[in-house]
Every structure is written in C-alpha cells, then in structure tokens.
Write a protein that binds this ligand. Structure first.
Ligand code: FES
Length: 157
C-alpha cells in the first residue's frame, strides 16, 4: 500500500472511531435522514443555517466505517461554509467518488475528503461514501417547506 493510501485509510479509521460533530440538535433548522435499505445503515443530519451559511451541523446514526467516516468528514468540511460552497463541494465530492473526476488534482482539491476517492473502484462502496452527503444535499436544496427529508440508497445517483 502506498504511503498516501495508508494515510487515507488511517484518516477513515480515525473519523470512524472519533466522528466529528456526532451530536443531535434540538433546534436544527433542517433535518435529513439517509437510509441504505441494503444494509440498514442510517444517519440523521441536523443543520442550522444562518446568513446563508452552515452555522452548525451534527449527525447521529450507525453504519459501516466508510459511511460514518464520510459523514464525519462532511460535517467538518461544510461547517461554516456558504450554501454555494457546500453545493460546489458536494458536486466535486460526488464526481470524485463516482469516478467521474479522477485526476490527482481533483482528489487533492478535496483535502482530507480525498481519502474517500478510492471507493470509486468499488461500486457498492460509493453509496457508503455518499449516504450522508445525499441526505444533507437533498434537505439543503429541497423546494418545499418541509424541514425534514429522507433519502434512501435507492434514490441516490
Ligand atoms: Fe451500509 Fe456502507 S455497508 S452504508
């Protein structure tokens, strides 16, 4: 295993063991649930939005190491970001983990999130890496007034 892959693997294991922003939020503005019916893994994402920014974010739930590490990394990456920055990051992350963007530069642009780029080679793992992201993305951009959205792996692309 190359040094960079080893570093990436350690990052994933570390986030799985000590997930960031692993908390509920009673006063969340938006709440999203992501569920993968194939394995039963599920996460709830809590968002507080102020002045077009992610003022706070938390998540709860249980799942495989990749899904939990990805949710943890996502919360760390988007906390404090504007809605537009989150959208750009979501699009880039999604393109990298689905293998649509494969250059070293694309992966490096993601910073520590690049640790998840390797899932592109394992189709079943793409949903693990993107479960929390789809839930967050869908509730952030929903067009109705609901404060809660549910995403299942069946609806992910
Ligand atoms: Fe269920 Fe990874 S095995 S999300």
């Amino acid at each position: 295993m190359s040094a960079i892959n080893e570093l990436y693997q350690q990052l994933i294991l570390e986030h799985n063991k000590s997930p960031r922003n692993f908390k509920t939020m009673d006063d969340a503005d938006k709440k999203a649930e992501g569920f993968n019916p194939l394995c039963g893994d599920h996460y709830t994402i809590f968002l507080k939005i102020k002045d077009n920014r992610i003022a706070d974010i938390g998540f709860q739930g249980a799942g495989c190491a990749i899904s939990k590490a990805s949710a943890s990394m996502m919360t760390a990456a988007i906390k404090g970001a504007t809605v537009e920055e989150v959208e750009a990051l979501f699009q880039k992350f999604h393109a990298v983990v689905t293998g649509k963007m494969t250059s070293d530069t694309d992966v490096e642009d993601l910073g520590s999130l690049g640790a998840l780029a390797g899932v592109a080679e394992f189709p079943a793992r793409i949903k693990c890496a993107s479960l929390a992201w789809h839930a967050m993305h869908s509730v952030l951009h929903e067009m109705n007034d609901s404060t809660k959205t549910v995403v299942t792996s069946d609806t992910m692309t």
